[in-house]
Write a new protein. Sequence first.
Length: 505
Amino acid sequence: MISTLPGQHDPLLIGLAGLLCLLGFWATARLFRRCRYGAGGDALRWSLLTGLTAGATFWCGHFLALMAYSPGVPVRLDPVLTAMSLVVAVLGACAGVLFAVKLRAPYGAILGGTIIGLAIAEMHYAGLLGYRVQGVVTWHSGVIAAHVFLAVALSVLALVQASRAERRGTPWMIGGFTLAVLGLHFVGMSGYSILPFDMSGDYVDARSFRTMALAMAGIAMLILLGGMLSYGMLDRVGRRNTGTLLDALEKAERANRDKSEFVLLLAQELRTTLSIVSGYARLLSSTAGRGMREPAASDERARALGEKIGAEARQLLTLLEEVVAYVGAEAGETALSRTSFSVRDMLQEAAGQACPLGPPGTVTLSVECEEITAYADRALLLQAVVTLLQGALLQGEARRIAIRGRVAKEGFRIEVEDGATSVSECERARQAGAAQEHQPQGGGQSGLTLVICRTLAAAQGGHLTLLRGEAGGSVVRLAMPEEAIVRLPAVQVPSSRAPGLRLAG
C-alpha cells in the first residue's frame, strides 16, 4: 500500500504551482474589483473574463501539483477526464463570479463561493480519476468530505471578503483560493492510497511528466503575464480617459460659471441703461404736460431730454452689438478678416465714435500713438477699443482719458488710461473676475466691459491686463502678439491732443 505524503512531491513544481496561483489570483482579484462596478453588458463581460482567469488558474495550479506527485508506480493520463476537470473549473468559476456580482451582498458572495468551492473539489477528483496508476486506488470518504467542506469554506471566505473591501479584499482572495487549490491538494491526496500491481496498458514513469509540466507552467505564466500587462495598460488608459473627462467637466463647469457671471453683469448693465431711458421718458412726459404754460423752456428741456434718451439708446445698441461679438468669439464662430492698417488712425476713429456717449461735463480725450502698422482684424480691434473708451466715459468720473499706442518687445499694445475713482478696488476686482490678469486698482471700467474686451482680444491672440495708473486712475492694456504687427522703422510721433473731442454737457 502506497500512501500520499508531501515528501512524494517535486518541490520545484510545487513552487511553480504556488507562484502561478499567486499571480493568477492577484489578476483575478483585480478583475473582480473591476466587474463589481460595471453595468449591464460590461459587468457580464468582466465577470466572464474574471471567471475564465480564475478557472484557468485553479486548473493550472491543480495540474502542476498533480504532475509534481510521484506515486512510485507507472501512470498514464486519461485525456477526456483531464479535459473535463479543466471545463469544470472554468464553468464553476464563471458561475460563481456571476452570482457574486449580480446578487446582493453578502448572499451573492456566499452562493458564488459555494459554487466555486464545489467546482474546485470536483476538478481535483476528476483530475485524479484521469490520473491512472498501475494499481488499485483506495479513497477515504472522511478525508474527501473534509476536503470538500474546506474548499467551500475557503472559497466563500475569499469572495465575501473581496466583496466587502476593495484593496483589502485582494489578499483574502489570493490567500483563500491558493489554499483551496494547493493547500487542500495535500489534504485530498492524503485520502488517496494505491495498491500497486501489474496491469496491461501504456503506463510510464510519473517522473517523465516533469518536462511537460515545466513547459506548461512556463507557457501559462507567459499567458498570465501578458494578460496582466494588458490589464495594466487598459487600466492606465481608463484612468487617463477618466482624468480627461474630469478635466473637461471641470472646464465646462468653470465656463458655465463664467457665463453666469457674464449674464449677471449684462443684466446689470441693461437694467441700468433701461432705467435711465425710462426715467428720461417720464421726465419728458411731465415736461410735455407743462408745455402750454412755458413753451420755450419746455421745448428746450424736451430737446435736452431727447438727446439724453438718444445717447442711452445708442449705448444700449452698442452694448448689444458687443454682446453679439462676445458670444461669437466665445463660440469660435468669429471669422477674422486680417488687413494692414494704421493703429493711429484706428485709435482716432475709436475716440470719435466714443465721444457722443460721454456723460455731462467736459471730458478730454487725447490720442498718443507711435507709427504702428498692424496686421489684424481692424473691425474687431476697433470694437474692443471703443468698448474700453465707453467704459471709461460712462462708468467713471474721469475728466481726462488718454489713449496710447506703443510698440512692444513682442507685437504692440494699446492702453486706455482714466483718472476715475468711482468704482472701488474690491468691487472692480470682483467684477473683472479671476479670468484676466490684473492688479486691483480703482477706476471706471465695469466688469462687463473687461469681460467683453478680453474675449475680443483673445479672438486675435491678444490679452487684457488691468494696471494702476500713475495719476491714481486705472490703465487697461490690450497687448497684441508679434504676428499682429508689420515691423517698420520706429518713428516717435509727438503727442497730439484732439481739441474737437471735448464733451460738453
